[in-house]
Design a protein around this ligand. Structure first.
Ligand code: ADP
Length: 628
């Protein structure tokens, strides 16, 4: 007996003890695998010019044996070699151990079933023994894989006519609350197939018991039963159907099955075109970002079909990066079945389709933003970061597409707002869009720099994601209004009168300020009297293009060259601490130096920048505390 890999074992265990209410989905998972296996073989045969196979010959057969409690699903697809049986069924195919751990912690079964799409293992939700007999196309050997659960599995040679895979499920006995018998009932199984797998493009056949009037007894009818092979599915792919024929539930079921999500999508875009290019597209905006969405593991792209045959699982060229969260498929009649990946990239039709889809997605998002703000905000919570990365990337090339789709937290509205909304509320004479950066809204609200703007009743955008400020820098302006960090050196908010006063008091205190700056020994570019502080003693601002927030972000990146913002230490001339400083000048320069360093360190702490010498800082404070 062979052991399952650790993670598979856990997933399997979960399946066996599942209390998941939609156990019936095991059938759609197995049918979907069977259909994929036939797609694979058919596609391969087209590429190899193998004429031995006929698309019409492919089919899935379901067989029920009530007495023996056995449900069998058979396909004549590509089949699996011994190694493939081992590799595909002995481990979780699309693993990602980290995701699994996370969901384990949440201990949310549904989450796991959703996230993994569970696939083949879902068979264990309804069976106590699963047998897979498979013969790979072109091979004359067949193998039987069998498992009764977590203990492990066996693989041995077996007899099998023809290529393909037969999955034999031994259905669990009925338990008190769980009636597994339904999966042995013809009509129930027929219903499940119709509900989830109607669109599968190969016939799904089953022997159904039918009744007919006995011959010659029409007057006084008597019935006889007979068995007839029935095709259960309509075989029309959902994306080729008319929108009017489909319900939201049809889309949701299809989406969940196809993209292994347990939540319904928040938007569906179904579009078909005729004319210069003929294609059907069915796109979904997921409700939640998958656990790997913001990692390298995530593979973006749409499924690509050429005249109904899947030719690529993830076609990246159909979606711009910033819309990579969109799942879905495109079926085009203009693409050749034999097209190679390299050729696809340069295919004119494909580019045309991609550009149309981009517009469709944009307009769907715009309409969500305008008509269903609540849902849009949920969407933004999940995928807003990707849109902001999109704004920033390629030197702002996608500005037109994205700038009206991003949201930022507003200091006055206390919620997420668009740039357009901000600009529409700007005060007379306000010519900049003000923003503040920090780890969280709560932290930004504590920044001393916000005081002046709050005082003047100005709205600020609070930027909390690393990419935010970079995105705005690349944008440069919105609707002709420049973006301005409230911590930048010159906000230009003071009146002529205030300006004059400031200049005067800067002049009067010049020597003291110079002395403080000297004491800080190059750590800051200037020490100045602040125009923006009301009650706080100090803050830091930056002179030039690089803000403190950008410094933090850039330096946190791996392999980055260290960058430094040009710091300016601002002191509040109206704060008693400034009076204390004035008293120390010029006689107690040493103490003044200590104070300068203390104030600077405090400003760093407020800003959330790591301080260089925490021990020294602590000692300085203690010294102050023990002074008489
Ligand atoms: P997924 O289908 O999502 O990759 P599964 O656990 O359902 O994950 O299946 C794992 C793999 O086993 C599949 O990717 C496929 O390679 C193989 N497989 C499953 N069922 C079949 C089948 N009926 N015929 C051929 N290969 C199959």
């Amino acid at each position: 007996m062979k052991q399952f890999k650790a993670e598979s074992k856990r997933l399997l265990d979960l399946m066996i003890h599942s209390i998941y209410t939609h156990r019936e989905i095991f059938l759609r998972e197995l049918i979907s695998n069977a259909s994929d296996a036939m797609d694979k073989l058919y596609y391969r045969s087209l590429q190899d010019n193998d004429t031995g196979l006929n698309r019409e010959d492919f089919k899935i057969t379901i067989d029920l044996d009530k007495e023996a409690r056995i449900l069998t699903i058979e396909d004549n697809g590509c089949g699996m070699t011994k190694e493939e049986l081992e590799n595909n069924l002995g481990v979780i195919a699309k693993s990602g151990s980290l995701n699994f751990k996370q969901t384990q912690e949440q201990n949310d079964e549904i989450d796991i079933i959703g996230q993994f799409g569970v696939g083949f293992y879902s068979a264990f939700m309804v069976s106590d023994c699963v047998t897979v007999e498979s013969r790979a196309y072109g091979s004359d050997e067949a193998y039987r894989w069998q498992s009764k659960g977590v203990e492990g599995y066996t693989i041995e040679p077996c007899e099998k006519e023809g290529h393909g895979t037969t999955i034999i499920l031994h259905i669990k006995p009925n338990a008190e609350d769980d009636k597994y018998d339904e999966f042995l009932d013809d009509y129930r199984v027929q219903d499940i197939v119709k509900k989830y797998s109607d669109y599968i493009r190969y016939p799904i056949q089953m022997d159904l018991e039918k009744r007919r009037i006995k011959e010659g007894t029409h007057e006084k009818p008597e019935f006889e039963t007979y068995i007839e092979k029935t095709t259960l599915n309509s075989m029309v792919p959902i994306w080729r159907k008319n929108r009017s024929e489909l319900t939201q539930e049809d889309y949701n079921n299809f989406y969940q099955e196809k993209f292994h999500d347990y939540q319904d999508p928040i938007r569906v875009v179904h579009s078909s075109t005729e004319g210069s290019s003929t294609y059907h597209a069915l796109l979904f905006i997921p409700a939640k970002a998958s656990a790997d969405y913001y990692t390298r593991e995530y593979e973006p792209g749409l499924q690509l079909y050429a005249s109904g045959v899947m030719i690529m699982e993830k076609c990246k060229d159909l979606l711009p990066d910033y819309f990579s969260f969109v799942r879905g498929l495109v079926d085009s009649q203009d693409l050749s079945l034999n097209i190679s990946r390299e050729m696809l990239q340069h295919d004119r039709q494909l580019k045309l389709i991609a550009s149309r889809l981009e517009k469709k997605i944009k307009s769907e998002l715009t309409s969500m933003l305008e008509n269903d703000r609540e849902t849009y905000e949920k969407f933004f919570q999940e995928f807003g970061l990707q849109l902001k990365f999109g704004l920033y990337s390629d030197f702002g090339m996608h500005k037109e597409t994205l700038q009206d789709l991003v949201l930022f937290y507003s200091s006055t509205e206390k919620k997420l707002v668009t740039l357009q909304e901000y600009v529409s509320r700007m005060k007379d004479g306000q010519d900049c869009i003000y923003y503040a950066c920090g780890d969280s809204v709560a932290r930004i609200e504590m920044l001393p720099q916000t005081e002046l703007l709050i005082d003047k009743g100005m709205e600020m955008l609070y930027l909390t994601d690393d990419v935010d400020e970079f995105a705005l820098k690349v944008l440069m302006n919105y609707d002709g209004k420049e973006f301005k960090n409230i911590s930048s050196d010159n906000l230009g908010l003071e009146t002529e009168e205030e300006k004059k006063q400031a200049e005067q008091s800067a002049e009067e205190n010049k020597e003291l300020l110079d002395c403080l700056q000297e004491a800080l020994d190059g750590k800051v570019k200037h020490v100045v009297l602040s125009q923006r502080l009301k009650t706080h003693p100090v803050c830091l601002s930056s002179d030039g293009e690089i803000s403190l927030e950008m410094e933090k972000v850039l330096n946190a990146m791996p392999n980055s060259e260290m960058v430094k913002a040009q710091r300016v230490l601002e002191i509040n001339a109206n704060h008693p601490v400034f009076t204390a400083l004035q008293k120390l000048y010029p006689d107690q320069k040493e103490k003044l130096g200590t104070y300068a360093s203390l104030l600077y360190t405090q400003a760093l702490l407020i800003e959330g920048v790591a301080i260089e010498d925490p021990v020294g800082f602590s000692n300085q404070i203690c010294e102050l505390m023990i002074q008489e």
